[in-house]
Design a protein around this ligand. Structure first.
Ligand code: ADP
Length: 254
Protein backbone atom coordinates (compact mmCIF):
# COMPACT_ATOMS: atom_id res chain seq x y z
CA UNK A 1 0.00 0.00 0.00
CA UNK A 2 1.15 3.51 -0.82
CA UNK A 3 -0.11 6.47 1.20
CA UNK A 4 0.81 9.99 0.16
CA UNK A 5 -0.41 12.87 2.31
CA UNK A 6 -0.27 16.57 1.55
CA UNK A 7 2.83 16.42 -0.66
CA UNK A 8 4.11 19.81 -1.79
CA UNK A 9 6.96 20.17 -4.26
CA UNK A 10 8.30 23.42 -5.68
CA UNK A 11 11.16 24.16 -8.02
CA UNK A 12 12.63 27.65 -7.64
CA UNK A 13 9.46 28.94 -6.04
CA UNK A 14 7.13 27.39 -8.63
CA UNK A 15 4.76 24.95 -6.98
CA UNK A 16 4.52 21.78 -9.07
CA UNK A 17 2.65 19.61 -6.53
CA UNK A 18 0.13 21.51 -4.40
CA UNK A 19 -0.57 19.21 -1.48
CA UNK A 20 -1.27 15.90 -3.21
CA UNK A 21 -2.80 13.04 -1.22
CA UNK A 22 -3.54 9.56 -2.51
CA UNK A 23 -3.81 5.95 -1.44
CA UNK A 24 -2.94 2.99 -3.64
CA UNK A 25 -4.46 -0.06 -1.95
CA UNK A 26 -2.38 -3.20 -1.62
CA UNK A 27 -2.53 -5.42 -4.71
CA UNK A 28 -4.20 -2.87 -6.97
CA UNK A 29 -3.23 -0.59 -9.83
CA UNK A 30 -3.79 3.17 -9.90
CA UNK A 31 -3.26 5.17 -13.07
CA UNK A 32 -2.18 8.79 -12.96
CA UNK A 33 -3.40 10.74 -15.96
CA UNK A 34 -3.08 14.39 -16.90
CA UNK A 35 -1.61 16.71 -19.49
CA UNK A 36 2.10 17.01 -19.97
CA UNK A 37 3.50 19.23 -17.21
CA UNK A 38 0.67 18.48 -14.75
CA UNK A 39 3.13 16.90 -12.29
CA UNK A 40 2.73 13.13 -12.84
CA UNK A 41 6.41 12.38 -13.13
CA UNK A 42 7.29 14.63 -10.20
CA UNK A 43 4.68 12.87 -8.09
CA UNK A 44 6.10 9.43 -8.94
CA UNK A 45 9.60 10.70 -8.14
CA UNK A 46 8.34 12.05 -4.81
CA UNK A 47 6.86 8.63 -3.99
CA UNK A 48 10.27 6.94 -4.27
CA UNK A 49 12.05 10.05 -2.95
CA UNK A 50 14.17 10.57 -6.05
CA UNK A 51 12.77 14.07 -5.46
CA UNK A 52 12.31 15.23 -1.88
CA UNK A 53 9.04 17.06 -1.20
CA UNK A 54 9.10 20.24 0.90
CA UNK A 55 6.07 19.10 2.91
CA UNK A 56 3.86 16.08 3.38
CA UNK A 57 4.50 12.42 3.97
CA UNK A 58 4.98 9.24 1.97
CA UNK A 59 4.39 5.77 3.35
CA UNK A 60 4.99 2.42 1.67
CA UNK A 61 4.31 -0.66 3.78
CA UNK A 62 5.73 0.13 7.21
CA UNK A 63 8.21 2.76 6.02
CA UNK A 64 7.03 6.33 6.38
CA UNK A 65 8.97 9.53 5.73
CA UNK A 66 7.62 12.94 6.74
CA UNK A 67 8.74 16.32 5.41
CA UNK A 68 8.11 19.52 7.31
CA UNK A 69 10.32 21.95 5.48
CA UNK A 70 12.76 22.22 8.38
CA UNK A 71 14.48 18.88 8.99
CA UNK A 72 15.60 16.84 6.06
CA UNK A 73 15.06 13.11 6.58
CA UNK A 74 18.23 11.06 6.93
CA UNK A 75 19.73 9.24 3.97
CA UNK A 76 19.06 5.84 5.54
CA UNK A 77 15.37 6.70 5.96
CA UNK A 78 15.18 7.80 2.32
CA UNK A 79 16.92 4.64 1.11
CA UNK A 80 14.74 2.39 3.25
CA UNK A 81 11.63 3.84 1.63
CA UNK A 82 13.11 3.82 -1.88
CA UNK A 83 13.95 0.14 -1.52
CA UNK A 84 10.26 -0.62 -1.19
CA UNK A 85 9.85 0.57 -4.78
CA UNK A 86 10.82 -0.52 -8.27
CA UNK A 87 10.70 2.05 -11.07
CA UNK A 88 10.04 1.65 -14.78
CA UNK A 89 10.90 4.66 -16.96
CA UNK A 90 9.56 5.84 -20.29
CA UNK A 91 12.96 5.42 -21.97
CA UNK A 92 13.85 2.08 -20.29
CA UNK A 93 17.22 3.28 -18.87
CA UNK A 94 18.95 -0.08 -19.22
CA UNK A 95 22.72 -0.14 -18.78
CA UNK A 96 23.94 -0.23 -22.39
CA UNK A 97 27.11 -2.18 -21.66
CA UNK A 98 25.36 -4.96 -19.82
CA UNK A 99 23.36 -7.82 -21.31
CA UNK A 100 19.66 -8.22 -20.55
CA UNK A 101 20.52 -10.78 -17.86
CA UNK A 102 23.23 -8.59 -16.31
CA UNK A 103 20.84 -5.64 -16.23
CA UNK A 104 18.37 -7.67 -14.18
CA UNK A 105 21.12 -9.05 -11.89
CA UNK A 106 22.77 -5.66 -11.26
CA UNK A 107 20.71 -4.47 -8.26
CA UNK A 108 20.76 -7.90 -6.65
CA UNK A 109 24.56 -7.98 -6.81
CA UNK A 110 25.43 -4.39 -5.98
CA UNK A 111 22.65 -3.31 -3.63
CA UNK A 112 21.49 -6.54 -2.02
CA UNK A 113 24.90 -8.28 -2.28
CA UNK A 114 23.38 -11.56 -3.38
CA UNK A 115 25.76 -14.35 -4.44
CA UNK A 116 26.14 -14.39 -8.22
CA UNK A 117 24.53 -17.80 -8.78
CA UNK A 118 21.44 -16.86 -6.77
CA UNK A 119 21.13 -13.49 -8.55
CA UNK A 120 21.42 -15.24 -11.93
CA UNK A 121 18.73 -17.72 -11.04
CA UNK A 122 16.30 -15.00 -9.96
CA UNK A 123 17.11 -12.84 -12.99
CA UNK A 124 16.49 -15.77 -15.36
CA UNK A 125 13.17 -16.52 -13.67
CA UNK A 126 12.14 -12.88 -14.13
CA UNK A 127 13.24 -12.81 -17.77
CA UNK A 128 11.14 -15.94 -18.25
CA UNK A 129 8.18 -14.19 -16.65
CA UNK A 130 8.38 -11.24 -19.05
CA UNK A 131 8.97 -13.52 -22.05
CA UNK A 132 12.62 -12.50 -22.52
CA UNK A 133 14.55 -15.61 -21.42
CA UNK A 134 15.63 -16.32 -25.01
CA UNK A 135 17.28 -12.88 -25.15
CA UNK A 136 19.12 -13.13 -21.81
CA UNK A 137 22.52 -12.60 -23.43
CA UNK A 138 21.44 -9.84 -25.84
CA UNK A 139 22.69 -6.25 -25.57
CA UNK A 140 20.03 -3.59 -25.07
CA UNK A 141 20.92 -1.97 -28.41
CA UNK A 142 19.94 -5.19 -30.19
CA UNK A 143 16.51 -5.36 -28.58
CA UNK A 144 13.33 -3.65 -29.73
CA UNK A 145 11.87 -0.95 -27.47
CA UNK A 146 9.18 -3.35 -26.25
CA UNK A 147 11.80 -5.97 -25.43
CA UNK A 148 13.97 -3.40 -23.62
CA UNK A 149 11.00 -2.29 -21.57
CA UNK A 150 10.20 -5.90 -20.63
CA UNK A 151 13.80 -6.34 -19.43
CA UNK A 152 13.48 -3.05 -17.51
CA UNK A 153 10.32 -4.38 -15.82
CA UNK A 154 12.17 -7.58 -14.85
CA UNK A 155 15.00 -5.43 -13.46
CA UNK A 156 12.57 -3.30 -11.43
CA UNK A 157 10.99 -6.45 -9.96
CA UNK A 158 14.28 -8.18 -9.11
CA UNK A 159 14.65 -6.97 -5.51
CA UNK A 160 10.97 -7.86 -4.83
CA UNK A 161 9.80 -4.29 -4.22
CA UNK A 162 6.47 -3.78 -2.45
CA UNK A 163 5.28 -1.46 -5.22
CA UNK A 164 6.05 -0.82 -8.86
CA UNK A 165 6.09 2.79 -10.10
CA UNK A 166 5.82 3.23 -13.87
CA UNK A 167 6.42 6.54 -15.62
CA UNK A 168 4.77 6.41 -19.07
CA UNK A 169 5.94 2.82 -19.64
CA UNK A 170 4.49 2.55 -23.16
CA UNK A 171 4.76 6.06 -24.53
CA UNK A 172 8.10 5.58 -26.33
CA UNK A 173 6.73 2.53 -28.16
CA UNK A 174 4.68 2.10 -31.31
CA UNK A 175 1.29 0.42 -30.74
CA UNK A 176 2.39 -3.13 -31.45
CA UNK A 177 5.40 -2.98 -29.13
CA UNK A 178 3.32 -1.13 -26.53
CA UNK A 179 0.93 -4.13 -26.68
CA UNK A 180 3.56 -6.56 -25.45
CA UNK A 181 4.38 -4.28 -22.53
CA UNK A 182 0.67 -3.87 -21.69
CA UNK A 183 0.45 -7.67 -21.72
CA UNK A 184 3.28 -8.03 -19.17
CA UNK A 185 1.93 -5.25 -16.92
CA UNK A 186 -1.58 -6.80 -17.10
CA UNK A 187 -0.15 -10.13 -15.98
CA UNK A 188 1.57 -8.43 -13.02
CA UNK A 189 -1.69 -6.66 -12.16
CA UNK A 190 -3.56 -9.98 -12.21
CA UNK A 191 -0.96 -11.40 -9.84
CA UNK A 192 -1.66 -8.59 -7.37
CA UNK A 193 1.33 -6.31 -7.91
CA UNK A 194 0.68 -2.91 -6.34
CA UNK A 195 1.32 -0.31 -9.03
CA UNK A 196 1.14 3.44 -9.50
CA UNK A 197 1.63 4.44 -13.11
CA UNK A 198 1.60 7.66 -15.05
CA UNK A 199 0.29 7.01 -18.53
CA UNK A 200 -1.27 8.56 -21.59
CA UNK A 201 -2.16 5.09 -22.81
CA UNK A 202 -5.91 4.75 -22.54
CA UNK A 203 -5.69 1.06 -23.39
CA UNK A 204 -3.16 0.45 -20.61
CA UNK A 205 -5.05 2.48 -18.01
CA UNK A 206 -8.46 1.08 -18.82
CA UNK A 207 -7.17 -2.50 -19.04
CA UNK A 208 -5.35 -2.71 -15.75
CA UNK A 209 -6.12 0.22 -13.46
CA UNK A 210 -8.79 -0.17 -10.80
CA UNK A 211 -8.48 3.52 -9.95
CA UNK A 212 -7.66 6.55 -12.01
CA UNK A 213 -6.47 9.92 -10.72
CA UNK A 214 -6.57 13.00 -12.91
CA UNK A 215 -3.87 15.52 -12.13
CA UNK A 216 -4.14 19.10 -13.32
CA UNK A 217 -1.66 21.82 -12.40
CA UNK A 218 -0.26 19.83 -9.48
CA UNK A 219 -3.63 18.93 -7.91
CA UNK A 220 -5.69 15.76 -8.13
CA UNK A 221 -8.97 17.16 -9.35
CA UNK A 222 -10.83 13.95 -10.09
CA UNK A 223 -10.53 10.33 -9.04
CA UNK A 224 -12.63 7.22 -9.38
CA UNK A 225 -12.82 3.85 -11.04
CA UNK A 226 -11.35 3.66 -14.54
CA UNK A 227 -14.92 3.45 -15.84
CA UNK A 228 -16.07 6.55 -13.97
CA UNK A 229 -13.14 8.71 -14.98
CA UNK A 230 -12.94 7.60 -18.61
CA UNK A 231 -16.62 7.11 -19.42
CA UNK A 232 -18.33 9.60 -17.10
CA UNK A 233 -15.85 12.29 -16.10
CA UNK A 234 -17.44 14.98 -13.95
CA UNK A 235 -15.03 17.91 -13.97
CA UNK A 236 -14.95 19.78 -17.30
CA UNK A 237 -11.12 19.67 -17.27
CA UNK A 238 -11.19 15.87 -16.95
CA UNK A 239 -13.79 15.68 -19.71
CA UNK A 240 -11.64 17.75 -22.03
CA UNK A 241 -8.55 15.71 -21.28
CA UNK A 242 -10.24 12.31 -21.65
CA UNK A 243 -11.80 13.29 -24.96
CA UNK A 244 -8.41 14.44 -26.24
CA UNK A 245 -6.96 11.03 -25.30
CA UNK A 246 -9.80 9.16 -26.98
CA UNK A 247 -9.34 11.26 -30.11
CA UNK A 248 -5.62 10.40 -30.27
CA UNK A 249 -5.97 6.69 -29.61
CA UNK A 250 -9.31 6.19 -31.32
CA UNK A 251 -10.18 4.09 -28.29
CA UNK A 252 -13.05 4.28 -25.90
CA UNK A 253 -12.78 3.03 -22.36
CA UNK A 254 -15.22 0.45 -21.20
P1 ADP B 1 4.32 15.45 -16.25
O1 ADP B 1 5.01 14.20 -15.81
O2 ADP B 1 2.86 15.47 -15.90
O3 ADP B 1 4.56 15.80 -17.67
P2 ADP B 1 6.33 16.79 -14.65
O4 ADP B 1 6.20 16.26 -13.28
O5 ADP B 1 7.43 16.26 -15.51
O6 ADP B 1 4.93 16.67 -15.39
O7 ADP B 1 6.54 18.36 -14.60
C1 ADP B 1 5.67 19.22 -13.86
C2 ADP B 1 6.23 20.62 -13.86
O8 ADP B 1 7.41 20.65 -13.07
C3 ADP B 1 6.61 21.11 -15.24
O9 ADP B 1 6.27 22.48 -15.33
C4 ADP B 1 8.11 20.94 -15.25
O10 ADP B 1 8.71 21.88 -16.10
C5 ADP B 1 8.49 21.19 -13.81
N1 ADP B 1 9.70 20.45 -13.41
C6 ADP B 1 9.83 19.10 -13.35
N2 ADP B 1 11.06 18.75 -12.94
C7 ADP B 1 11.74 19.92 -12.72
C8 ADP B 1 13.07 20.24 -12.27
N3 ADP B 1 13.95 19.27 -11.95
N4 ADP B 1 13.39 21.54 -12.18
C9 ADP B 1 12.51 22.51 -12.48
N5 ADP B 1 11.24 22.28 -12.90
C10 ADP B 1 10.86 21.00 -13.02
Amino acid sequence: MITVEGVHKSYNGTEVLKGVSLVVPEGSVTALIGASGSGKSTLLRCVNLLELPQAGSVQIGDERVTFDGGNRPGRSEVLALRRQTGMVFQNFQLFPHRTALENVMEGLLTVLRWPRAQAKERAMALLEKVGMAAKADAWPANLSGGQQQRVAIARALAPSPKVLLCDEPTSALDPQLAGEVVEVLSQLAREGTTMLMATHDLRLASTIAAHVLFLDGGDIIESGSARQVFAEPVDPRTRRFVSSLSAVTGASAS
